[in-house]
Design a protein. Structure first.
Lengths: 96, 96, 96, 96
């Protein structure tokens, strides 16, 4: 990355990487549960936990991205309408 | 597991494990994107892809579990009302 | 309806109708907010409240339907696999 | 409303009111279905249709609000960080 480009998650990159590592571990945990023929409902509970973790990560990314956009930090000459189109595409995918 | 116990995913266990392996790879892919300071919106798109994959896995688990319950395969003397309570707990966590 | 046919919501029909009446009132409330040019975020908060109410209603319907299916009350000769297909279609639409 | 205040939905207010009128009609339609003891799955399908309609309305409101915020139209002296906090609260409620 161009060292002047700032991402919405730059300030919290370590925290984000930790959360992703935890999600990866959770997915491996589910694989282990399936290998051990664990009860469906218990597997489902763990999947819901991952979904909640991913949702939190995604909302954090939207939050950080929005702050960069609103301050115009993300590289100056971006058209605001294009930024909104792009962000709404992402939010629409999260919501559905 | 008791070899006579049948899980809702027993018949499609290989497919389920493959899907989980793919999700694990997708999570690692996102970690790489963050390490490379990739654009927030692109990271979000990948998170939505994982969420869609997990949702599909979860619905497959509910489907298989339901079939086992409806046929009474999952170990005979289970109370149907308890089965519904348990399954609705899982569905409620998926929906919210 | 054939008086012998039992729906999953038959026992709680009054409660269900009350909840639907409340949702209808909530939708009218949002219409009023928009007519009065109220703040976007406040309108969104009310929409989320309706979504939560509808989700609760939907989960209640799934719950009641499942209990009828599991007990085989809903008219005898139904194929369990068809019942699961049908119900999973409905659950899939709720989840996404 | 102060005639100079612009909401994110001001330009599409008629369309928004039409959509809300349609949702209100859909809720009444579900009430009728329940009164007529219609099949659970058909009621659930209609609820999912309302949820999709509300989601579309909500995303339209977020979209319009964001455009007003990004252009700084919504009344000048608003703190961008407060705007993001407020909007993320709304998006978080939609997503969950």
């Amino acid at each position: 990355m161009d060292t002047t480009t700032k991402r919405g998650y730059t300030a919290s990159k370590e925290q984000l990487l930790n959360r992703l590592a935890r999600v990866e571990g959770q997915v491996r945990g589910i694989t282990r549960m399936v290998e051990e023929d664990r009860y469906c409902i218990d597997v489902l509970t763990q999947i819901s936990a991952i979904q909640a973790a991913l949702e939190k990560i995604a909302l954090g990314l939207v939050d950080g991205h929005l702050r960069v956009c609103m301050r115009g930090d993300g590289g100056a000459q971006v058209d605001p309408d294009e930024q909104v189109d792009e962000l709404m595409g992402a939010v629409g995918r999260l919501v559905s």
